[in-house]
Design a protein around this ligand. Structure first.
Ligand code: RIB
Length: 290
């Protein structure tokens, strides 16, 4: 089956810093690198590296041909990545010595995806395919409704968190993934926890503490994370999401999909960078043996 990803495409400008800057602070970076990134792109690349067939729906500006080409090189179907007049999205990412980050996002073309592009893409989708979305693009609610009507399963990563954006897609979701901070924000906005929202599967990621799976009607199940020394946590959550969806798409039961995703995310935090350095299945299998 295919994973259709309505997702952001960013140029990630990553600065290595001794600590995250405070208000008004000027800080010299010890290093700078540019990567392909964006929560959506990271998920597409992760799912493709986990052996799924992935089609990305998105947009780049006149300056973004390299990003589309690179996504294609990484095995993602980019026929539905539009080239628009708005500049390609970018992110300025500060990474501290302990691996924590701080991100400034310029959405650019990610918020200018033509609706026709979405319709063109999903006209090729088949019942049983997945649609995955995050909150760095436009058109999530339209996509979710269209996908549901076509018999796709709908997954949503509630990041960056926006209560209204979650509310708009909530009626269509089969799968919701969010981190512990986002789960607390959603609970505050809705007056009830994510487990009470009628979604079949919810995963709450907790970084080094692992992840909790809430299956409608079942007891919550916790999965511990692998212990590693992090150098850069950027994109680890996206890697986890892409791997879980790829695993489910390949027919893995949820516990195995989560176990594989946890290993991939653990490897990811030992690497500096975003989409370009997401581990593939062989890396994950070698890590399991090692
Ligand atoms: O989750 C990490 C991603 O967030 C980065 O790749 C950056 O582009 C921002 O979208």
């Amino acid at each position: 089956m295919t994973i259709w990803n309505l997702g952001s495409i960013n140029a990630d400008m990553v600065y290595a810093l001794p600590h995250l800057p405070g208000p008004g602070e000027t800080l010299a970076a010890a290093g700078f690198q540019q990567f392909l990134g964006g929560k959506g792109t990271n998920m597409s690349v992760a799912a493709a590296r986990a052996a799924a067939h992935v089609a990305h729906i998105g947009a780049v500006g006149p300056d973004g041909r390299w990003a589309k080409d690179r996504l294609t090189e990484y095995g993602v179907d980019t026929r539905f990545v539009a080239e628009v007049d708005t500049a390609t999205g970018h992110a300025i990412i500060a990474v501290a010595a302990d691996g924590e980050n701080q991100i400034i996002l310029y959405p650019g073309a990610n918020r200018a995806i033509p609706e026709t592009q979405l319709g063109l893409a999903l006209s090729e989708a088949r019942p049983g395919d997945w649609l995955v979305m995050q909150n760095e693009t436009c058109l999530q609610a339209q996509a979710a409704k269209m996908a549901r009507d076509l018999g796709l399963k709908v997954a949503y990563a509630a990041a960056p968190f926006d209560a209204d954006a979650v509310q708009a897609v909530l009626p269509y979701l089969d799968f919701l993934i969010l981190n512990a901070v986002e789960a607390a924000q959603l609970t505050q906005a809705k007056g009830q926890g994510p487990e009470a929202l009628g979604i079949a599967d919810v995963i709450i990621t907790q970084g080094a503490e692992g992840a909790t799976h809430l299956r409608q009607g079942d007891a919550a199940r916790h999965y511990p994370a692998q212990k590693v020394d992090p150098v850069d946590t950027t994109g680890a959550g996206d890697t986890f999401t892409g791997y879980v969806l790829a695993g489910l798409d390949r027919g893995l039961p949820m516990p195995q999909a989560i176990a594989q995703a946890s290993l991939a995310a653990a490897l990811m935090v030992t690497r500096r960078g975003t989409a370009d350095v997401i581990p593939d299945l062989k890396d994950v299998q070698d890590a399991r043996l090692g």
